[in-house]
Design a binder for this molecule. Structure first.
Ligand code: KMH
Ligand code: ZN
Length: 272
């Protein structure tokens, strides 16, 4: 089993969750910065960032990303990874706007899919437009893989030069409409990767803990956080993003996976 340092990404808020469902959701720049600083203190090195407008609604407005980024930077060092997915239904013309702020990383979803009862639109044209903005600003993309065929899209667009030579992969399992969060599916996806490809596993709800733990044993990295899961255990809300990370750090210790510092994460991802 690998003893390579474990990169923990924290998806601190997402775009879909509301305070009606989870009352402690971080929304303002200050709240996001506190959530990020706590997550980093607990062991996260990447913060996957969505932001909300003055009414708490998901937005891709660059000035709001800028405010949150500055607030996070004042509190801690971490790799800030902007979402280009936004919320289901965010127009393409908005989705890539924050990239002009040149974050270190940004997501790139690799295909259209059902997303619960809605449709998460990522046509080839959409992917190409966002990928072009990512390449223009020299940002490291994290390719979001929700289903098996999206890896074929990666190969096709990579061959065409749409996707830059260096990228990180995130398997996002358990979205209704995408691949289920099962060990069999994680193995299937993982077997497609070249040995030197860095990858992370994310899983929705109650699958977050078992799937990310499995990924740790397979040599992968993990994403935790409220965007994907608001429960610490059955029937009990997580108190914070940090609480979810603290548990995984304890498990990583038992598995002899040291937790990556931010500097180590940058090195592992080839960002230096
Ligand atoms: N909110 C989802 C529809 C991303 O951040 O790039 C898309 C998403 C992916 O969260
Ligand atoms: Zn996201």
């Amino acid at each position: 089993m690998t003893t390579e340092p474990l990169i923990i990404t924290c998806a601190i808020v997402g775009a879909e969750l509301t305070r009606d469902v989870y009352p402690y959701l971080p929304l303002t720049a200050d709240e996001l910065a506190t959530a990020a600083a706590e997550a980093v203190a607990a062991g996260a090195s990447i913060i996957h960032l969505h932001v909300r407008d003055e009414e708490g609604k998901p937005t891709q407005r660059p000035e709001i990303f800028e405010r949150a980024t500055e607030a996070i930077r004042r509190r801690c060092d971490c790799i800030i990874q902007y979402s280009t997915g936004g919320a289901v239904g965010t127009p393409l013309s908005d989705r890539y706007q924050p990239l002009r702020l040149r974050p270190e990383m940004a997501t790139l979803s690799m295909g259209t899919m059902n997303f619960g009862t809605e449709i998460y639109e990522n046509s080839e044209q959409t992917i190409e437009t966002i990928a072009a903005a990512i390449q223009k600003e020299d940002i490291l993309p994290e390719l979001e893989i929700f289903d098996y065929g999206m890896l074929d899209t990666v190969d096709r667009l990579f061959a065409r030069g749409t996707i830059p030579p260096r990228f990180h992969i995130n398997f996002v399992l358990g979205v209704p409409g995408g691949m289920a969060a099962t060990p069999e599916n994680l193995f299937l996806l993982w077997r497609r990767l070249s040995p030197d490809q860095t990858w992370t596993a994310s899983a929705m709800g109650r699958h977050q803990l078992p799937l990310t733990t499995l990924a740790m044993t397979m040599g992968g990295h993990v994403r935790l956080g409220l965007e994907d899961n608001i429960y610490y255990r059955r029937g009990e809300y997580a108190l914070s993003n940090a609480q979810l990370i603290e548990r995984t750090v304890r498990i990583a210790g038992e598995l002899e996976r040291p937790v990556a510092t931010v500097t180590e994460a940058r090195r592992i991802l080839g960002m230096q």
